[in-house]
Design a protein around this ligand. Structure first.
Ligand code: FES
Ligand code: FES
Length: 103
């Protein structure tokens, strides 16, 4: 390989690594491939982790900082059991819509 070809290959590698890094920084992570059953208490506010990085799943612990992703905040209308999305790929945030079964 001539030097310029080698350099352009190296540049390609650096670009790929960079874009992977950016994707990893900004994409939501799969916390688990199943929903989290959760007991809501009427009138209470909950912040669902949308980024998948929280250590207190399914709720936000602030770990989304720097990702550009924000939690979804809901106020419980009544006390009931809900199923929060754990895979973070649902189209009906913050609740599971079954998308996890396709992952
Ligand atoms: Fe995931 Fe806050 S930690 S949205
Ligand atoms: Fe995400 Fe079911 S856990 S769609």
């Amino acid at each position: 390989l001539c030097a310029s070809k080698r350099l352009s290959r190296l540049k390609g590698l650096v670009m790929a690594t960079k874009s992977e890094f950016i994707t990893n920084m900004t994409a939501s992570w799969i916390a688990q491939k199943s929903p989290f059953p959760f007991e809501l208490a009427a009138g209470k506010k909950y912040a669902w982790c949308a980024c998948g990085r929280s250590a207190s799943q399914p709720l936000c612990d602030g770990s989304h900082k720097g990702t550009g992703i924000s939690p979804i905040v809901i106020t419980a209308e009544k006390s009931e059991t809900v199923y929060f999305c754990g895979c973070k790929r649902t189209r009906t945030t913050p609740f599971c819509d079954g998308t996890h079964s396709t992952l």
